[in-house]
Design a protein around this ligand. Structure first.
Ligand code: PGA
Length: 245
């Protein structure tokens, strides 16, 4: 079980340190790995604060190139150097607000692997696509375009995040999450990937974590809002550990 906290563009050093202190002070949870993705400004510091703990470190994005004239961007190598083991790529906020395409996401996933990090590739349908019954087709297209050719990277994590469920308090039914994860697993198998860690994301809270994490095919969660509160994030991780036990 893996619980990833995406802090998005929230927090300054003092907030981050406090949150990390609360997470690392919690008793170890066997069977459930916690990973946090603080803002880029905090990653080096966070790596230090996390030292000696079982909590992993992720970045929220990377550039596809290693270095060069890309003002404002950060490369996967720099993120690895700062202490990241994972890099989230293709989050729907970047796809929607910054126009990232499947090809961009694939290039970033390859870059993450090149630097020695595991990419966490996000996919998800919009509300309209969900209403139109296009979820499966949309996700298959995203997987075909965003996931690097099998054998070209060492490891991969996929996060299914319905765009309409992010930050809204809405979630698909457990039957829907189960069916979609099954379809994603089948598509990944067709693309040559077996046994991929498949996370669900979108309004995961302590109140719904147990029923979502218990679903067959769900191997963890990508948590936004609830990851900014140590108690909520720990409660979700504890739910994961109970299910993994
Ligand atoms: P949320 O965000 O948990 O606040 O819905 C999830 C995400 O964007 O990864």
């Amino acid at each position: 079980m893996m619980i990833v906290g995406n802090w998005k563009m929230n927090g300054q050093q003092a907030d981050g340190q406090q949150l990390i202190e609360a997470l690392t002070a919690a008793p170890a949870m066997s069977g459930c790995e916690m990973v946090i993705a603080p803002p880029a400004t905090m990653l080096s510091q966070a790596a230090g604060w996390l030292q000696g703990s079982a909590v992993g470190l992720a970045a929220q994005d990377c550039h596809a190139e290693s270095s060069g004239a890309f003002t404002g961007s950060v490369s996967s190598e720099m993120l690895r150097d700062a202490g990241c083991e994972h890099i989230i790529v293709g989050h729907s906020e970047r796809r929607t607000l910054l126009g990232e395409t499947d090809a961009d996401v694939q290039a970033k996933a390859l870059a993450a692997d090149r630097a020695g990090c595991t990419p966490i590739i996000c996919i998800g349908e919009t509300e309209q696509q969900y209403r139109d019954g296009d979820t499966k087709t949309v996700l298959e297209t995203q997987l075909e375009g965003s996931v690097p050719k099998s054998g070209s990277i060492r490891s991969l994590i996929v996060a299914y995040e319905p765009v309409w469920a992010i930050g809204t308090g809405l979630t698909p039914s457990t039957d829907e999450i189960h069916a979609v994860h099954k379809a994603i697993g089948e598509k990944l198998a067709a693309l040559g990937y077996a046994d991929i860690t498949l996370l669900y994301g979108g309004s995961v809270k302590p109140a719904n974590a147990s029923e979502i994490l218990a679903l067959d095919g769900v191997s963890g969660a990508l948590v936004g809002g609830a990851s900014l509160d140590a108690e909520s994030f720990l409660a979700i991780a504890r739910a994961g550990a109970r299910i993994a036990a």
